[in-house]
Design a protein around this ligand. Structure first.
Ligand SMILES: [Zn+2]
Length: 280
């Protein structure tokens, strides 16, 4: 049986972000989406080819925002997604057009909880001057959320993501490393001031809040800073404060894509569960 939602995170971090999302409705053909174009055409099209997905099969491209790590400049030279609509906030349309994408392909995602395709809802998140966009994708009672490059998680944003089965959320920096880093003060303030990025603790608090409304089955932490974070710091934090969730948590990296994440299938029996079952 095919899961309703599959997610493949190809890369995540300040050097480039991109993911493939494949939806398979119960009685219809699969459809494919891309979240962010932060990889070069060569890398992203190569990854699609490995998955046997043709660029013309991409139905939509969801752009969180137009910074270079989410919109690679190389797309100006090559645009193979002839059937794709680009879903992005209007504040990002000019930068997206400058990257070579025809305005005719773009859909305006300014209104919160606007519905596209009809499985995709958008939500405005705080990030720098022009913000970023969060996405909630749902099909046949299964849902995933995508929240990256955001300075804080408001109660409205938490409500937007409540009830998802899988949450992909940025966990950008460790507070102590950020404070002690040699970065200039204005940059630290930009990152930590509520309109930059989420710290590890802020990401974990958001996850715990959303998990408290309805149990999350998959958590993927995105966009770890290479200067002010590490997988070990993130895992230590979660092992200390949310050990019950670490089995369902993965950390995306800049250089290695994560395996496909299947959302909406029964959980695989893990080692402790099998041990428990063996004792029954
Ligand atoms: Zn970014």
């Amino acid at each position: 049986m095919h899961p309703p939602i599959r997610i493949r995170i190809l890369a995540s971090g300040s050097q480039g972000n991109a993911a493939i999302v494949s939806l398979r409705p119960r009685d219809a053909a699969p459809s494919h989406f891309i979240i962010d174009l932060g990889l070069s055409p060569r890398k992203l099209c190569g990854a699609l080819a490995v998955e046997n997905i043709k660029p013309h099969e991409i139905a939509a491209i969801l752009i969180t925002h137009a910074d270079a790590d989410h919109l690679h400049g190389g797309w100006a030279r090559r645009w193979p997604f002839e059937n794709a609509k680009v879903i992005a906030r209007r504040a990002h349309h000019r930068a997206i057009a400058n990257a070579g994408i025809q305005p005719a392909h773009m859909l305006d995602a300014d209104a919160n909880s606007q519905v596209f395709f009809p499985q995709i809802k958008t939500f405005a998140l705080p990030h720098d001057q022009s913000g970023s966009t969060g996405f909630r994708i749902s099909i046949d009672g299964v849902a995933m959320g995508w929240a990256t490059d955001l300075g804080h998680m408001s109660s409205d944003a938490l409500a937007f993501f409540a009830g998802v089965d899988a949450l992909c959320i940025e966990s950008n920096y460790d507070l102590q490393l950020q404070r002690r880093s040699s970065r200039p003060d204005f940059l630290k303030e930009r990152i930590m001031g509520g309109h930059g990025h989420l710290s590890n603790v802020e990401a974990m608090q958001a996850v715990l809040h959303i998990h408290g409304k309805r149990a999350l089955r998959h958590i993927v932490l995105l966009h770890l800073s290479s200067q002010c974070n590490s997988q070990d710091l993130v895992r230590d934090l979660w092992n200390t404060h949310a050990p019950e969730l670490t089995g369902d948590m993965q950390v995306a990296t800049q250089t290695l894509s994560l395996p496909w994440l299947s959302v909406g299938q029964p959980r695989q029996c893990n080692w402790s569960e099998s041990l428990f079952a063996a004792h029954l």
